[in-house]
Design a protein around this ligand. Sequence first.
Ligand SMILES: [Zn+2]
Length: 107
Amino acid sequence: MKRLVYLVMLVGLGVVVFGDVPAAYVFAPVMGYAIFRVGQASFSSLREGASYIPDGPPVPVDPARERIIYWCAGCGAEVLLLVRGTESAPRHCGEKMTERAEIARQA
Ligand SMILES: [Zn+2]
């Protein structure tokens, strides 16, 4: 499909340069196609979902061995992770929270 688009653009450029057709008649469909592709790409990224959607079932975290705390740099809120649903950090105040892991010493 990309080769066809490039071929059509090349033929259009040739028609404008060597022919007697105004450039607007040739490049308007090309611009329409470009706008269509940008919109299609934007909506397909929304359809496929964001990266925070978990890959598998949630995994419980044992707070006796490992404490994972997320800290918000905006307001200072802290969140203790009990069940991990995804690897990415949660968001608070519009930004990703900072992860801090405290691992218990093995006695
Ligand atoms: Zn916050």
